[in-house]
Design a protein around this ligand. Structure first.
Ligand SMILES: *[C@@H]1O[C@H](CO)[C@@H](O)[C@H](O)[C@H]1NC(C)=O
Length: 402
């Protein structure tokens, strides 16, 4: 099978006393495309849940799983596409092609081509699609009209693309120049005015209070940069050399404590001064899917072998708030809402109460479970509907928030 279920037996042994959550509905997706390594699921502003089923998009009513529409296109293929949804359009990126579908009806909105070597990410911000990839940064409206694009002649290497608080930002270096010349470009999404910050190698892909974390290139300096002005709020010259040995690292700007994660280490900083406030080493070899939730860092810990699990760390003190050993996929898929973290595992999921840091329930009746989305329905304000895409269909469970 394409997915790797780590320590599934472990779940069976710890979950003896746990509750089994009933499945609210299951909609068979007639999936004749069962080897797909990628499934995707998202919730839309019109209230539907969109599932990718091999070469088809399927929109479901999250209340009862009724199929609202299905759509397909000759170039749609879940295995090597990227997906995103705005208030009115579902956008599929495959290679250099973008295909838009009406989120309410599934009708084709149009197709466009982008420059570069292929789309590797699409994010939605202020109802605009920010499309990026090797040699590509472009912004499209829901009708697929282009609002911004880097010049195709620039021949740039692009990384760290983010969009938040009204700005698009990315780091870039021109092919012909040395890496010292990699820089940060900040684009105001209202005016498309650009601010360049020289000597930035990497940047976070989200902001906190209008600031992003950056790593300077020539001298390793970690900094907090204001998106509005392009100037440094603080610089930390002591810590950045710690990141040199990490294969890759993740920046998470936060109003609690901006953090940098590399391999299995977490470094947290003071929002105002940039001084390091604590370090945390995970009891696993790798940290994945880190999220900040109400003053805590919650992440999935994985390793080459051995158990996997979920860990919470208090961001004001660095205190370890607990660890729950539970199986995950080789690419963990989790959704959080209220007190619940739901992590799919190829057979179903396990649910962890992230306040108590205890496993509370599970369901192992969703074969091939590989993608998950959380939906809050107006009809049930104190619960969240978690919709899970499996090999045979999409299933929903309704879990109380607290
Ligand atoms: C599903 O729920 C919608 C309302 O959200 C309703 O209109 C529809 O009739 C329901 N379908 C079934 C099969 O129950």
């Amino acid at each position: 099978m394409w997915f790797v279920v780590v320590s599934a037996l472990l779940l069976a042994s710890v979950s003896v006393a746990l509750k089994v959550d009933p499945v609210e509905w299951t909609t068979g997706l007639d999936d004749n495309y069962q080897n797909s390594p990628t499934q995707w699921i998202a919730t839309s502003a019109v209230g539907s849940t969109i599932v990718v089923d091999g070469k088809k998009l399927v929109a479901l009513n999250p209340d009862n799983g009724t199929v609202l529409w299905t759509a397909t296109h000759k170039d749609l293929d879940a295995t090597n596409s990227r997906f995103a949804v705005s208030s009115s359009t579902v956008l599929v990126g495959r290679g250099t092609k973008l295909i838009g579908f009406d989120v309410a009806t599934g009708a084709l909105v149009g197709t466009v081509h982008v420059d570069g070597n292929g789309v590797s990410a699409i994010v939605v911000h202020q109802d605009l699609f920010v499309v990026s990839g090797d040699g590509t940064v472009a912004v499209f409206a829901s009708d697929l009209s282009e609002r911004y694009s880097i010049p195709s002649t620039r021949g740039s290497f692009i990384n760290s693309v983010g969009a938040s608080s009204g700005y698009l930002y990315f780091t870039s270096s021109d092919f012909e120049s040395s890496s010292d010349e990699s820089y940060l470009n900040i684009v105001d999404l209202a005016t498309f005015a650009e601010t360049r910050v020289n000597d930035v190698m990497q940047a976070s892909t989200t902001d906190a209070d209008g600031n992003i974390l950056v790593l300077q290139n020539s001298k390793p300096i970690l900094g907090y940069v204001s998106l509005a002005t392009g100037s440094y709020v603080w610089r930390n010259e002591k810590v950045a050399h710690e990141f040199e040995n990490f294969e890759k690292f993740v920046f998470i700007p936060s109003t609690d404590a901006p953090i940098v994660i590399g391999d299995n280490k977490v470094f947290a900083f003071d929002t105002q001064s940039g001084n390091e406030v604590f370090r945390h080493k995970a009891p696993f070899s790798t940290i994945v899917a880190p999220t900040i939730n109400e003053g805590r860092l919650v992440y999935v810990g994985t390793g080459q072998e051995g158990p996997t699990g979920v860990v919470a760390v208090d961001l004001s003190t660095g205190k370890d708030l607990g660890k729950v050993i539970t199986p995950t996929l080789s690419t963990p898929a989790v959704a959080m809402s209220g007190n619940n973290l739901v992590m799919v595992n190829g057979q179903g999921y396990s649910r962890i109460n992230i306040r108590k840091m205890e496993a509370e329930s599970y369901n192992l009746n969703i074969p091939g479970a590989s993608a998950i989305a959380a939906v809050r329905l107006a009809s049930n304000p104190s619960s969240t509907t978690f919709v899970i895409a499996g090999l045979l269909g999409a299933s929903a469970v309704v879990l109380r928030d607290v």
